[in-house]
Design a protein around this ligand. Structure first.
Ligand SMILES: *Cc1c(COP(=O)(O)O)cnc(C)c1O
Length: 403
């Protein structure tokens, strides 16, 4: 069996055939510099201790594990547990890698963080990390998204970040990536482009994975203390794949642990109705790396849809692409309607309003639990809280759920 100690990727950033760095030469030099800086700093106590202190006293780590007894009892199968990343400062797992990237930028002597954001979740987490570490922060965002995601735009501004409206093309995420990329190329010496998931060219899928791996490390220790053994199954939702790889990494060598990644089936399996990249995609190149990709016959990314904006991406992390091919992780899908059902079920059974992204994972865990015995256990990564989703959910689905 493959050894998954953090030896992957190889020195060129490949997980099997996936990953790498497909960018213009100028950028390759910069990425190589970031890789070297990261390799030099990642085990340096001045870096690891400062990050650990931030995780503890600023983020509130370790996040607890919660036994969802009401939900488990109702289903009558396996016991479901939640890793509560929703309790982190700023309400999701993204702060884990944003702080890591921001601290790396600071140690490299950079003064500004730069990123794109779609729904604004990455933008808010990065603006937060920039504020605490005294860095400037420019967030590129499509004008359409700026209108849709008003509260997050305001949060970023309150936190001192500059929100840069992008007005070309469809004025959404893809154009925001282009815009941030151009701005980055103008001054790669003083800026760091902080990618928001385990995607993009090497070294980002590796770095973001390493920063998120704290989730699985904690879980392994906590679950042993709490239950006296390790979970039989792990479940996490997969957009780019950062919260999932964060939980999975600690368990990849544990053959007895079954691992499930959950992708959004949206409203159906026709092009444009879903974002089930690993389930329906084929290998291709997007945003400077190779991965499973939902693409047309010319290799252009297909339109995607999910009720969860954080899962709405036509590519996926290269490590997940590899884990699918070697069949270490099972990738499943959950539809918009199933996720919303789970959103209300968890709110009403456990008093926890989950992010719609996380509700995909819990929905699949509920199906899995129903097939298993009460002495079996499932650990779900509850990647974020649902405060950001309540207005949309009630407007769109409220009637069906008596609101
Ligand atoms: C952004 C986001 C996701 C999806 O991102 P991954 O990189 O796949 O983890 C999932 N859950 C929440 C709450 C998010 O904000």
């Amino acid at each position: 069996m493959t050894d998954f100690s953090l030896n992957m990727p190889d020195k060129n950033g490949y997980f099997g055939e996936y990953g790498g760095s497909f960018v213009p030469d100028v950028l390759n030099d910069i990425l190589a510099e970031i890789t070297v800086a990261y390799e030099n700093i990642k085990d340096d106590p001045s870096f690891t201790k400062e990050l650990a202190d931030l995780y503890k006293s600023y983020v509130g780590r370790p996040s607890p594990i919660f036994h969802a007894k009401n939900l488990s009892k109702k289903i009558g199968g396996a016991q479901i547990y939640f890793k509560r990343e929703d309790l982190n400062h700023t309400g999701a797992h993204k702060i884990n890698h944003c702080l890591g990237e921001a601290l790396l930028a600071k140690k490299m002597g950079k003064t500004k963080l730069i990123a794109e954001t779609g729904a604004g979740q990455h933008g808010v987490a990065l603006a937060t990390a920039a504020a605490i570490l005294g860095l400037e922060c420019d967030i590129h965002m499509g004008e359409v998204d700026i209108k849709k995601e008003h509260p997050n735009v305001i949060r970023m501004k309150i936190l001192g970040a500059k929100v840069i409206p992008v007005s070309h093309g469809l004025k959404t995420l893809k154009e925001a990536v282009d815009s941030a990329f151009m701005a980055y190329l103008e001054d790669p010496v003083n800026q760091l482009y902080a990618i928001g998931s385990v995607v993009g060219p090497h070294p980002f899928p590796m770095m973001v994975r390493d920063f998120q791996a704290v989730v699985g490390r904690e879980a392994k220790k906590q679950f042993e203390e709490m239950v006296g053994k390790q979970p039989d199954s792990l479940v996490a939702c997969v957009g780019g794949g950062s919260n999932a790889i964060g939980l999975f990494t600690a368990y990849l060598n544990d053959e007895d642990v079954d691992i499930y990644g959950v992708e959004p089936a949206g409203t159906g399996f026709k092009v444009g109705e879903h974002a089930a990249t690993l389930t329906l995609g084929t290998p291709g190149i997007i945003h400077g790396f190779k991965c499973y990709l939902l693409q047309d016959e010319n290799g252009e990314p297909s339109p995607v849809h999910s009720v969860a904006s954080g899962l709405d991406y036509p590519g996926v992390g290269p490590e997940h692409s590899y884990l699918k091919d070697i069949e270490r992780v099972n990738y499943k899908t959950i539809s918009d309607d199933e996720a919303i059902d789970a959103f209300f079920e968890i709110s009403r059974e456990e008093g926890i309003i989950p992010a719609i992204e996380s509700a995909h994972a819990i929905s699949y865990a509920m199906k899995l639990a129903a097939e298993k015995k009460p002495d079996e256990t499932i650990l779900v990564n509850l990647s974020g809280r649902g405060d950001k989703d309540i207005d949309y959910v009630v407007e769109t689905y409220g009637k069906k759920y008596g609101i």
